[in-house]
Design a protein around this ligand. Structure first.
Ligand code: SF4
Ligand code: SF4
Length: 149
């Protein structure tokens, strides 16, 4: 034990002092100083491989199947059904007809997400993935940054 105390007393702390070396009196004031170039943020540690950060949604790849909603344990995903639109369809013989198409997509509430990755695993269209973004704290759970759609 004495040896361990000796080693620890000369070792540098492994904690990353993020976002500042000393806790600022006011976080808002500190962020203001950062914006004005008077202070700098201690960079976060590099994210490990396969880090589970803010979810990314490829709306164009999604077919609106709704499977991700069913597996999400946090109920962080809802389906969005857009009003039907008329589209022109051309058949094999070149005949053009009009059809009504209802578009279904999803909306993800980041504040509710627990980053489990279940929705990504179930999506057969590879429309969902995770980014390395983790600075997600906000006072408004419905802020633009907290909604992915
Ligand atoms: S994201 Fe994937 S699983 Fe979810 S509705 Fe779209 S296609 Fe289906
Ligand atoms: S990662 Fe998990 S909690 Fe987050 S939206 Fe997907 S299924 Fe829901």
């Amino acid at each position: 034990m004495f040896k361990e105390i000796l080693v620890q007393s000369v070792k540098k702390p492994v904690t990353n002092l993020f976002p500042a070396v000393r806790l600022p009196k006011s976080i808002t004031g500190f962020l203001g100083d950062v914006a004005n170039g008077k202070a700098t943020i201690t960079p976060p540690v590099a994210e490990p491989k396969a880090f589970r950060g803010k979810i990314v949604y490829d709306r164009a790849a999604c077919n609106g199947c709704g499977l991700c909603l069913k597996v999400c344990p946090a109920h962080a995903i809802e389906q969005v059904v857009y009003p039907p639109v008329k589209i022109s369809v051309t058949d094999a013989e070149g005949n053009v007809s009009e059809k009504t198409k209802t578009e279904k997509r999803i909306r993800i509430y980041v504040a509710s997400c627990i980053f489990c990755g279940q929705c990504i695993d179930i999506c057969s269209k590879d429309a969902l993935s995770m980014s390395n973004e983790f600075l997600l704290a906000t006072e408004d759970r419905f802020a633009e940054s907290q909604i992915v759609e």
